[in-house]
Design a protein around this ligand. Sequence first.
Ligand SMILES: C[S@@+](CC[C@H](N)C(=O)[O-])C[C@H]1O[C@@H](n2cnc3c(N)ncnc32)[C@H](O)[C@@H]1O
Length: 345
Amino acid sequence: MSNTLGMAAQLAGQSLRFGWYFALHRLVDARTDQLGKGRRYRPERPVPSLRELLADLGQLLISDAMAVRDGIFPPMEDEAAAPLQHLFRVRRMFADLPDAVGRRASKDASTVKAEAAAADVPDYYAQDFHFQTGGYLTEESAELYDVQVETLFLGAAAPMRRTLLRPIAEFVHGRDQRQLTLLDVACGTGRFLRQVRLAYPAMVLKGLDLSRPYLEEARRHMRGLRPAELIEAAAEKMPLADASVDVVTSIFLYHELPPDVRRQVTAEIARVLKPGGLFVLLDSLQMGDKPGWDGLIEAFPHRFHEPYYRHYAVDDLDEMFSAAGLAPRSASTPFLSKLMVRTKV
Ligand SMILES: C[S@@+](CC[C@H](N)C(=O)[O-])C[C@H]1O[C@@H](n2cnc3c(N)ncnc32)[C@H](O)[C@@H]1O
């Protein structure tokens, strides 16, 4: 009974959360159209109707709630836990819009170059991804990132990330979590690491990212829980020993990497994983995954600075992972994302 109540509470919370982000999404769209004087890219490929989108999103939320009911992973925490901070960040997101829309019009993705840390990161990284002010290298960007991403995805970023918890639960089943190490590659602001920590209080957790401010935000976000080790480093050169990690996860990283770096990162993941270890990737849908949605993939790099996305959208990830010794276990397409589960042979 309590599990069913947990499921109902989870669904109710998720529905409210969706309503909030749906409203923010519409407001941001309207303001962007106003600032951009109505110029908006119209894709040639098909796009889903709002009804199709919402039906798919509904399935994602129901599947998450059912996993909570079945005790596979704990309920989701949400922004209601820190409402004032959230509202403050929403206000700053709107305040930042005119600058971001202006830079989009002039195709300027260079504010990050003003940061001293830009000299220490690879060139492909020193850009304002999504036209984010300060790229990934400022505290302001780290504080706004999550509200921006959730607004874009209608509140589904966290539920999409949580789809990784199911294959992780299957892997952990029957093992002693205290003996397991999980590494989240490009952990960003630590939203997924916190979900993992809530599910596995004793597991050894590591998060790796190139952005110091994002790692600082991750550290703040883990507050009150057993910390994760946070490592400032490039995913293509991880300061970790061979065969030292049981589970590697990576979320929304691959579409931001140049093709050759995508392959280097894959080789690094295969290197640090133990034989039999688990790799779970979540990233954007690719062309043809849901053919009726291809227009969304076509439009995305017109709206956001995503220099490597077009290549990612048609890259043969399956072949790339197999070549690196990461054999397929399963694949699915939750809402706007693609979930690939692989095993290190
Ligand atoms: C779109 S964000 C995704 C963050 C997080 N995984 C999430 O679920 O929101 C991309 C992240 O990848 C990081 N990143 C990009 N290239 C990287 C690289 N070569 N090595 C390490 N981190 C990188 C960025 O700093 C940023 O935090």
